[in-house]
Design a protein around this ligand. Structure first.
Ligand SMILES: [Fe+2]
Length: 351
């Protein structure tokens, strides 16, 4: 048995991209955990590829599945030894969880107020591919924006806001204006009621289906956009294209998240190419910055049936990298309507 054989078998069985190091990363994760969701998180291999690889390892007696766990067999351990594959080792900074920023820079009243507000938020629903991040994540996003000069005096558009980024931004009192855009009526009325209760006059909220072009008054009107796109390539493009269209021009910036769970490194590359071709530069990528709270529809998501071990996660497992881009040479982007299902592609796992 060789790593090359496993890679080739994956290519035969799958229609999606398999990265050259996916087998190595999976084995590293397997050497460090027998819990499927930790393996998903640590391997950084798309679930579509990972689940097929685990099936393959099982068929060849390299892993054992029992009692809700998945473990390398002696044969599997030997394969790792022969190829010098060490267990995954986390070396993240413990005080910021690897996010690079300290949320205390926002001040304790913003932090406390935000946590109180977020505890009353509506549940995530599958219909809009929702799944919100932890309070610490939303606060760290705003701290990151503060640090990069993207908060004070800025006009900020939040495109899809189940993470309540607009509220956290507005609570700091620093932005000139924050506009949240979402399709979900429940979120619209929640953000609206927070605006009234907390007297956040710099915050407003608009109901909009992103498959439709932006309302005219939003085009070219903002300094910063923030969005957490759905991860099909087309869905990503819809969200980020709309984000860029909100911007006033050169020097404006944008933020979004991207996972390894649902996006292969090849999709990362296509996305990066799209960004560069749109006249933007990627200034920051912070790995695993965004931590998502486990959502209620896990057994109904697409990847549940791929899992070799059907157990619920012990902790946060769905994480995404934070991207920041800056627009250098704005180009004209199409103001078109996108039809049909923008949420799914071959790599989608949580829709
Ligand atoms: Fe740190």
């Amino acid at each position: 048995m060789t790593l090359g054989y496993l890679h080739n078998e994956l290519l035969k069985r799958l229609r999606v991209y398999v990265a050259p190091r996916d087998v190595e990363r999976t084995l590293m994760a397997l050497r460090s955990s027998d819990h499927i969701w930790e393996i998903v998180e640590r391997s950084q291999v798309p679930m579509r590829v990972l689940c097929t690889l685990l099936e393959l390892l099982n068929e060849h007696g390299l892993v054992d599945v029992f009692n809700g766990s998945i473990k390398l067999t002696e044969l599997g351990e030997r394969l790792c030894e022969e190829n010098d594959i060490a267990p995954f080792t986390s070396a993240l900074c413990k005080s910021c969880d690897g996010r690079t920023v300290d949320i205390n820079a926002l001040g304790s009243s913003v932090i406390e107020e935000f946590k109180r507000i977020s505890s009353e938020r509506p549940e995530a629903i599958q219909e809009y591919d929702q799944g919100f991040v932890t309070d610490e994540t939303t606060l760290a996003r705003v701290t990151f924006m503060l640090h990069r000069g993207d908060l004070h005096g800025k006009e900020i558009a939040v495109i899809g806001d189940d993470d309540l980024v607009s509220i956290a931004c507005a609570l700091t009192g620093k932005p000139k204006r924050v506009v949240a855009l979402d399709i979900d009526e429940r979120l619209i009325s929640f953000i609206g009621s927070v605006r009234e209760r907390y007297g956040l006059s710099n915050l407003s909220v608009v109901r909009h289906d992103l498959r439709e072009p932006l309302p005219d008054w939003m085009v070219g009107a903002f300094d910063v956009f923030f969005t957490d796109p759905t991860e099909s390539f087309i869905g990503f493009k819809v969200f980020v294209e709309r984000g860029l269209q909100c911007l006033k021009g050169a020097g404006c910036s944008g933020y979004f998240g991207l996972t390894h769970v649902e996006s292969s490194l090849n999709k990362w590359r296509n996305i990066q190419r799209f960004l560069l071709e749109s006249g933007a530069v990627i200034t920051d990528i912070v790995d695993m910055f965004n931590h998502y709270v486990n959502w209620g529809y896990i057994e109904r998501m697409r990847s549940w049936c791929w899992l070799p071990v059907k157990v619920h996660p012990k902790g946060t497992w769905y994480k995404s990298s934070l991207y920041r881009i800056e627009w250098l040479e704005p180009i004209e982007l199409p103001k078109v309507r996108y039809d049909g299902n923008i949420f799914e592609d071959e790599e989608a796992a949580t829709t």
